[in-house]
Design a protein around this ligand. Structure first.
Ligand code: FES
Length: 680
């Protein structure tokens, strides 16, 4: 027993006794300490880095002598010379136990690293993706006991990594022999172990140690926009985020018009399937270029999408989703090959996971929002609203969760808005209007300066000021209402009524001028009466959906609201409430979560246990159908006013004074435009 030494790992606190000469990596494995290794202890991957600590540790009741680990060896020196190693670090597979020792495992050496989300309600993602890299030494062929190269690779994976029953497709078989020989029988294998697949499979092979990493895409396939995050599957970091417009828009702006396109035009569904797959391939190329990686290293995609997008991505005619009882072909999650969906820009043996749908109108995107925001684990009653062309709305707590989707149309994503555009450099994302002078100031994506600050013109010279994105239009309309340029019914006042020349006539209505660059050949950015109407329709649908869930739950108020939206745009909670997009609530109880559906996709990409979790959760969510519910229409009509025709919004009125203006001159009320202040 005298040669047994105490080894304590931090931060896990795991400890055990090991005989002198035991490599730290071996001790870590035996104790179940999370210490990474791709090369299996051969001293070439450097994933097993550890930091030994020396001296007196009264907390652990141990004193660590300077010679508690074996001496720095040649392998470590070689690694340090070639790649560099932080001072004080050792390779866990090389350093062996010689005395009692305290070992710290730095975060980058942990397999199941935690990735902290940026949002206020930070939830950590534990890294455990379905696809991992393994370095193996494969036996050379022997004429006296003939076996295939794949069989010997399978044996190596079993003996060196305890991975059983691995399959390889024809693409892998075609490249296996030259890769093995080039690597002198040492190769790196990307192995996919799906949570619901019968077999593990090889996604790719590289000669020697592959150090280029492997990546995955988390894709939020929306009706108007397709947004993707490219994630490093080793540590979950987002290497690039990008988005494009969904080209299916040319077949119809909202879901139902796309379903009717498929109904009216034979082969229309196939056209739409082709268009979206081509767009995803383009997006894959683009995002890989941005991150400066080979798109071939993208080995996994996770998709979240509404039911119509889901069917069209899969090549299924969505006709049944256009009519009651809105039957899905399947609501279960799907694990597929990239080639099944003609996703040719990524690794051809790559895998696809599509989250489960909740019901005919409530899709995998709502499931992703549930995975990200976890209403089913909430102590208080939370309303989660994911704003998009088709909004996903969830209401619940740990006892019960309800979900619906609401057809808001594309206005909140900047489409159907005269100066609208997608969130990109040059788009106005923030706006303030001075209540006295009625003058606007704004900020565009790509700059932190307000338009009235020094240096703004220089910073925006490249991108220009090109339009208004979704979060910008929400602020613009709410600011117009707060500044008395817009009345509760949604009418924009004239220059005479509002006292500002920025209200310009447009036909029989008025528009508010935000920015005029026409003298330099640039755009004139206005909010028109048509824009206001589009926003009113969208926000009424959103509010009505939320109200319907509250009716179903039997509540008049909610404890907390989470506002999420595509592209990670952070919607201003105050402006959303002025607009009446969401029910009244104390403003400090309303938070903005960025792209929750995209985050849900990222969680499912980085952690395969979360796939099991969401598959279990969705069957417990009660779905409410807005399309056939007569009360939806009633709520919709009342919600058209800004903020609302009948609800009083007492919490909002504590913080905002909304001017009681009226610009309806139909009754020739000359005083219509005069401002009278009232609260609420
Ligand atoms: Fe690869 Fe130590 S396990 S270098």
């Amino acid at each position: 027993m005298s040669t047994e030494h105490l080894v304590i790992f931090t931060p896990s606190g795991k400890r055990g006794h090991f005989s002198a000469g035991t490599p730290i990596l071996t001790a870590a494995r035996q104790l179940g300490v999370d210490l990474d290794s791709v090369c299996g202890g051969r001293g070439i991957c450097s994933k097993c880095q550890i930091t030994p600590s020396y001296g007196e540790f009264s907390k652990h009741g141990v004193t660590v002598a300077d010679d508690a680990l074996s001496e720095w060896n040649k392998v470590e020196q070689r690694y340090k010379d070639k790649r560099g190693l932080i001072d004080g670090r050792r390779l866990g597979c090389q350093a062996t136990v010689q005395g009692d020792i305290v070992i710290d495992v730095p975060p980058e050496s942990q397999v199941h690293k935690q990735v902290v989300r940026k949002a206020a309600t930070a939830r950590t993602i534990i890294m455990d993706p379905a696809t991992h890299l393994y370095f193996v030494q494969v036996e050379e062929p022997d004429m006296h006991s003939p076996t295939g190269d794949l069989e010997r690779l399978q044996r190596a994976l079993k003996t060196q990594w305890d991975i059983d029953g691995i399959r390889a497709d024809a693409a892998i078989l075609r490249k296996l022999q030259p890769i093995l020989r080039k690597g002198k029988w040492q190769i790196t294998v990307a192995v996919h172990q799906g949570h619901n697949d019968a077999h593990s499979r090889i996604i790719d092979v590289w000669s020697g140690l592959h150090e280029g990493g492997i990546y995955g895409l988390a894709i939020d396939l929306g009706s108007t926009t397709i947004a993707a995050h490219l994630c490093d599957l080793a540590d979950g970091s987002v290497k690039a985020s990008s988005g494009i417009m969904n080209p299916q828009i040319r077949f119809g702006e909202d879901l139902m018009s796309r379903v009717s396109y498929a109904m009216m035009n034979p082969g229309g569904d196939r056209e739409m399937t082709k268009a979206v797959r081509v767009a995803i391939n383009e997006l894959t190329q683009e995002i890989a270029k941005e991150a400066e990686i080979d798109p071939w290293l993208i080995v996994e995609n996770v998709f979240v999408c509404n039911p119509v997008m889901h069917h069209l991505l899969l090549g299924i005619d969505p006709v049944e989703l256009g009519q009651a009882p809105f039957a899905l072909t399947t609501s279960e999650s799907l694990s597929l090959d990239a080639r099944d969906l003609e996703l040719t820009a990524m690794n051809s043996s790559g895998r696809i996971y599509i989250l489960p749908c909740i019901a005919g109108h409530v899709g995998a995107d709502a499931a992703a929002v549930a995975l990200s925001e976890e209403p089913n684990k909430s102590e208080d009653l939370v309303l989660v609203v994911d704003v998009g062309t088709n909004a996903e709305i969830l209401l619940g707590d740990k006892t019960r969760v309800l979900a619906c989707s609401s057809p808001t149309g594309p206005a909140f994503e900047g489409a159907q808005i005269s100066s609208g555009q997608r969130a990109a450099p040059g788009a106005i994302e923030r706006i303030e209007i001075d209540a006295e002078t009625k003058e606007p100031r704004f900020r565009v994506i790509g700059s932190d300066l307000w338009s009235n600050e020094d240096g703004f013109a220089e910073v925006t010279a490249v991108s220009g000021i090109t339009g208004i994105c979704g979060s910008g239009i929400i602020e613009a309309v709410a600011e117009m209402r707060m500044a008395g340029l817009l009345d509760p019914s949604g009418l924009i006042g004239s220059a005479e009524q509002t006292g500002t020349a920025r209200c310009i006539p447009e036909g029989r209505t008025n528009a508010y001028l935000i920015h005029d660059a026409s003298a330099d050949g640039g755009p004139t950015i206005t909010v028109t009466q048509g824009d206001i109407r589009a926003i009113q329709l969208a926000k009424s649908a959103l509010y009505a959906g939320a109200r319907l869930l509250m009716d179903e739950m039997g509540v008049e108020t909610v404890d907390r609201i989470v506002l999420a939206g595509a592209f990670g745009a952070h919607i201003s909670t105050k402006h959303a409430m002025v607009l009446g997009m969401i029910p009244d609530a104390p403003l400090d109880k309303v938070s903005s979560a960025g792209n929750a559906a995209g985050t849900g996709a990222r969680i499912a990409l980085c952690n395969k246990a979360s796939r099991v979790e969401i598959e279990r959760t969705v069957v417990e969510i009660t779905k409410v159908e807005t399309a056939i519910e007569p009360k939806f229409q009633e709520h919709f009509v009342a919600a058209s006013a800004i903020p609302h025709a009948t609800a009083t919004f007492p919490e909002l009125s504590k913080i905002v004074d909304l001017p009681a203006v009226s610009f309806n001159t139909a009754g020739s009320n000359k005083e219509g435009g005069r401002r009278r202040k009232r609260r609420g």
